[in-house]
Design a protein around this ligand. Structure first.
Ligand SMILES: NC(=O)C1=CN([C@@H]2O[C@H](COP(=O)(O)OP(=O)(O)OC[C@H]3O[C@@H](n4cnc5c(N)ncnc54)[C@H](O)[C@@H]3O)[C@@H](O)[C@H]2O)C=CC1
Ligand SMILES: O=C(O)C1=N[C@H](C(=O)O)C[C@H](O)C1
Length: 269
């Protein structure tokens, strides 16, 4: 028997799922309590170590999320919006901390997490890395220091498998810029320029998404004015940074009061 918190990873076969499993297996402070994949996936029923091409780990991939969550202290979930919403209800029922890395959730889907957050700890962030969360705080500060003579653009680049745009990180950075400027992002956001768009509107926050190859995740916040530019940049080269942050969040959440938290809370930034 061990008193290390037990962690369940959802989306076990995914890019982040596999990175999270490796991170928990390598950790001295947590143990892998379970792994979940969707019904019908050919990993269900297999030992996770074997499915990932290594030695057996004694943890069988299941599609019964509630049963897995009921044996654990935290669930780390990097899957898809509808799956994450369903998992939030099950994590609350099982009394697990729910760490959500899934991006592309609509405003309604985010609001639909509220009932679960009144029962358990939810830590949700579009980017779990230390570097990006620091960049969020810097962006807020720079935006607060500059006036609307500086046009703000958020430019992001990701691998060609990514299904949502702008990225969750780009939206975090856009929100921080808008907050720094004291405006609402929904009122100034400019996405997907195409054709005769007209001149740039003063005060807008623009978004550009690049998709290609195996880019892990790159984000620039550009402040462009007449005669000068400031660029704040983060470049991820290894998904381990997201997995490390997520595990930190899962451990941080132990014993905290129910509620909706983010990585700024976890990292104390
Ligand atoms: N917050 C952060 O730091 C980061 C967030 N992400 C986000 O994590 C998510 C996953 O990214 P990847 O691992 O690259 O994607 P992926 O496509 O490689 O993996 C997704 C996994 O979710 C599972 N899944 C999808 N729909 C499901 C459902 N309805 N029920 C159960 N499982 C389901 C899939 O079977 C798969 O295992 C994306 O939203 C991505 O943007 C990715 C990296 C960092
Ligand atoms: O899908 C990804 O890969 C990533 N998604 C997150 C996002 O949408 O910002 C975080 C990271 O950039 C990788």
């Amino acid at each position: 028997m061990t008193d290390k918190p037990g962690i369940v990873i959802t989306g076990a076969s995914g890019r982040m799922g596999q990175m999270l499993i490796k991170t928990v297996l390598d950790s001295d402070t947590a143990r892998l309590a379970g792994v979940v994949e969707r019904t019908g996936h050919d990993w269900v029923g297999q030992d996770i170590g074997i499915a990932m091409g290594g030695p057996a780990q004694g943890v069988i991939v299941t599609d019964d999320a509630l049963a897995a969550f009921s044996t654990a202290q935290a669930v780390i979930d990097f899957t898809a919006p509808e799956a994450t919403l369903a998992f939030s209800k099950l994590a609350a029922e099982a009394g697990c901390v729910h760490v959500i890395g899934t991006t592309g959730m609509s405003e309604t889907q985010i609001a639909d997490l509220d009932p679960a957050a009144s029962q358990t700890v939810i830590v949700r962030a579009g980017n779990m890395s230390l570097g990006v969360n620091l960049l969020v705080q810097l962006t807020r500060k720079v935006a607060a220091a500059l006036d609307e003579d500086f046009d703000i653009e958020v430019i992001e680049a990701h691998h060609h498998h990514k299904v949502d745009a702008p990225s969750g990180t780009a939206l975090m950075l856009g929100e921080a810029a808008a907050e720094g400027r004291g405006v609402s992002l929904s009122e100034v956001s400019d996405r997907g320029r195409d054709g005769i768009t007209g001149a740039r509107k003063k005060g807008d926050i623009g978004f550009t998404a690049i998709r290609g190859g195996d880019i892990v995740g790159e984000h620039d916040v550009l402040f462009a004015a007449k005669g000068e530019r400031i660029v704040l940049r983060h470049m991820a080269t290894d998904r381990a940074i997201f997995a490390r942050g997520a595990l930190k969040a899962a451990l941080w959440g132990q014993g905290k009061p129910p509620g909706a938290y983010d990585m700024i809370d976890v990292l104390g930034l």
